[in-house]
Ligand binder design. Sequence first.
Ligand code: UTP
Length: 289
Amino acid sequence: MSFKPLRKAVFPVAGLGTRFLPATKAMPKEMLTVVDKPLIQYAVEEALEAGIEQIIFVTGRGKGALEDHFDVSFELEATMRARGKSMAAIDGIRQKPGSPVYVRQQEPLGLGHAVWCARDIVGDEPFAIILPDELMVGAPGFMAQMVKEYQRLGGNFIGALEVPAEETDKYGIITPGAIDGRVTEVKAVVEKPAKGTAASNLMTPGRYILQPEVMRILDNPVTGAGGEIQLTDAMAQLIGKQPFHGYTFDGQRFDCGDKAGYVQANLALALARDDIGPAVREFARGLLN
Ligand code: UTP
């Protein structure tokens, strides 16, 4: 079986972000900043590093700030230039003309539905999916690591990470087959299995490379866990028909859709920085003492 090269990535950003209220009442969750960069920019940079050429956002109402972030900011740029200020912090954010592509998910019916909303732009090509609220820190990044294996094996890939056994009911969980280093054959994937029933502790933290046939399954969606149209359920139907592998990320995960995870991300990334790291470290030490 031969597979087309991966050129496109879908970023579902149409969720309501209810766990992060009140911050997300009028502002997209994906614009929350970790230190000085919005989550969506980390996600787009992860895709570009992996060689992705076309960025596709699935958005909804109230997400205008996301579009502006990747556009020209004429007044800001003109003023900064006139004042001789460095443009380094905003250089390179603006994408090439015609990109990103924005499609609308009129109602937040679930991740599977959000992905399906990009079907016409994805067309007959494999595509990546990146959930921006899951911040993945690695060198190289998660998607670049996974693309390397995709180029070797083709088919479908689901990003994976180990979680403590008592947390498996919160995530999509992989039933693993043969394991070869970080690559695991996927026998099944179940969204939020009931406590005590998970087949492993390998969860799926929002990174995928899928073949376009998954869109045909999503043409006839079923309502799954939480009353939502789940991507996991659609992928599960492809397993056995096409190669499916899990790839265990070599790096650190921060669940920035969750308040504790978001604060941890800010602390970890601030401590790792040369400019503000020392000041933050000293302050944190003082607090803990
Ligand atoms: P979440 O499950 O975190 O949902 O979605 P959410 O609405 O963003 O946040 P909470 O749970 O209410 O706090 C995971 C990803 O899928 C997108 C979200 O934007 C997020 O990036 N999503 C989810 C959609 O685009 N559409 C949906 O219908 C659901």
